[in-house]
Design a binder for this molecule. Structure first.
Ligand code: ATP
Length: 429
């Protein structure tokens, strides 16, 4: 229907980007074809289509497919049709754009966009394997447009960038390249690797870190790429490759994957595996990709951590966690090192959220880790043996005293001094 509608207006319609790549990789066991994210591009027959063509086509399709939802993104004149109520969940997502070209006013800036031909539209893309188009309209429907050797690179399993300045224009392409390389088992082609080194050595990323006011969209994209990488099953290999390429410097110029961080990341995996058995819903951990990212950020000097987290637009909770981590570590190491009393461990650790405790667990000595674990497994569930109603029945008048009594009972229970309600009542009388 989309191609008929485009054709009726004298436009060509193309399937572009990842969907074409994945269709061509269909027989490749390393790739599971999942067409849930489809990019379509509209172009004129003899000259560029009007800049609003993609949006116009999307509006017409929405009339035909009324169970879809239309979203229009004004800045780049693109439209999306969604076939699911919740875009975070698995859904069919069709982006429709007018063929366009991009200009970067300065390195790592947000691109400025204008309408152009399908060839130029493909040339603005990241890698040859992502820069092919399949024509959906007649004449020549089904024709593959491959101006930059994408098919050869797909067959020879190479990630090749389209032009030398690509990574300077947009550093997130390094992360994308690594993600595709590891996901498909492709190699980063030699020149492409050189362009990455050149871009990193040029220092452009110091700017991206410092000038977050001018490049918030870049940081949004960087965070999105980090999230995709850190939640993928291949996250470890991807991080190692990013490190080899020096690309972790895009997060901060001092960021790298040293032995200590690797150890913490591996420890996190172990702790997460056994976590299910002990977890309380009230102590929901942050998502795993975020803990991994926070481990990476917390390996930086304390003064850089919260700034980096803010630049990456992490939540306020994350930023605060990273800001206070140093002090928390000092306190926990000092107080827990010599203490075995359950109530003291409980009182100390209950001040911290589960994300902080997990960071502490992977960063501390075995002894401290054991105590954090003891808190999660045995102490966090403990309740005072009596309730407010029991106290009323015993003749206490409701008020601040209730809390003091219940806290007192909780401490006695934690420390094993009382085990039953009768013992609790005896203690109070
Ligand atoms: P995935 O299967 O991971 O979704 P994809 O290639 O479909 O892969 P998208 O992020 O949906 O990834 O991007 C769609 C297309 O847009 C890409 O195939 C590529 O052509 C282009 N693209 C996306 N991000 C960039 C970028 N940072 N620079 C240049 N082109 C990009």
């Amino acid at each position: 229907r989309a191609s008929q509608a485009a054709q009726a207006r004298g436009w060509h319609l193309y399937l572009v980007g990842g969907a074409v790549r994945d269709l061509l990789l269909e027989n490749d066991p390393s790739n599971q074809l999942m067409l849930h994210d489809i990019d379509l591009v509209v172009d004129g027959f003899h000259q560029s289509a009007d800049v609003g063509a993609g949006v116009e086509l999307a509006r017409e399709l929405q009339q035909i497919y009324q169970n879809s939802r239309l979203e229009i993104h004004g800045a780049f004149q693109t439209a999306a049709l969604l076939w699911h109520k919740d875009p975070e969940l698995d859904c069919l997502w069709v982006d429709i754009a007018t063929a366009r070209t991009e200009f970067y006013p300065y390195p790592a800036a947000n691109p400025e966009v204008e309408a152009s031909s399908i060839r130029q539209d493909l040339y603005r893309r990241d890698f040859t394997i992502n820069a092919m188009a399949l024509r959906l309209t007649s004449p020549h429907g089904g024709e593959l447009l491959d101006f930059f050797g994408g098919l050869i690179d797909l067959r020879s399993r190479k990630i090749r960038v389209l032009h030398p300045n690509s990574f300077i224009e947009d550093p997130t392409r390094i992360y994308r390249g690594v993600r595709f390389a590891i996901r498909f088992g492709f190699a980063i082609e030699q020149r492409t690797a050189e362009y990455i080194h050149y871009a990193i050595n040029s220092g452009v990323y110091d700017r991206t870190v410092q000038e977050n006011i001018k490049t918030p969209a870049l940081h949004t994209r960087l965070k999105a790429e980090l999230k995709l990488i850190l939640q993928a099953p291949y996250w470890q290999s991807a991080l190692k490759l990013l490190d080899q390429l020096g690309a972790l410097q895009c997060i901060h110029y001092t960021c790298n994957l040293n032995y200590g961080i690797l150890r913490e990341l591996v420890l996190l995996e172990k702790l997460l595996k056994i976590q299910d058995r002990f977890w309380q819903p009230a102590q929901q951990l942050p998502p795993t990709w975020l803990i991994r990212l926070e481990i990476l950020i917390s390996s930086l000097e304390p003064e850089y951590r919260s700034k980096v987290a803010e630049n990456l637009q992490l939540s306020e909770t994350s930023v605060n966690r990273l800001k206070k981590l140093e002090a928390a570590q000092v306190e926990i190491n000092r107080e827990l090192a010599t203490c075995e009393l359950a109530s003291v461990i409980f009182n100390l650790l209950q001040k911290y959220d589960s994300g902080t405790l997990m960071l502490m667990a992977v960063k501390s000595s075995r002894e401290i880790r054991r105590k954090i674990w003891y808190y999660w497994r045995d102490l966090v569930h403990v309740q005072p043996l009596l309730k407010g109603d029991d106290l009323k029945k015993m003749g206490y008048k409701p008020g601040p005293i209730f809390k003091q009594i219940l806290d007192h009972l909780l401490i006695a229970t934690l420390d094993g001094k009382i085990k039953t309600r009768t013992q609790a009542i005896e203690l109070l009388t």
